[in-house]
Design a protein around this ligand. Sequence first.
Ligand code: SF4
Length: 98
Amino acid sequence: MTMTTLQEMPQVQGCSASSCSYNAEEACHAGAITIGGDHAHCGTFVEISFRSGLDRTGVVGACHRSDCTHNESLECTAASVQVGSADDKADCLTYSAR
Ligand code: SF4
């Protein structure tokens, strides 16, 4: 079993969910996001009354969409992902059905 290191985790290249507390100027500042649910929903999306997060771009920490071509062992192997509104306010737009 090959382990993915934190450095190899795909960056959230852009996120248009500007109402999320981790979002600043269409960039994700969560340490790592989790994608899951029945439509590649960003499970880290949250609307709290203040802005938060880290001074760096977030990565995909885990992804439960095993039916995505980029998914391997419940981890994302894409070079980077885009998050934005699809079925929901914050979904992985890089999702591609096998
Ligand atoms: S590209 Fe696919 S594997 Fe990667 S986070 Fe999006 S849905 Fe998950």
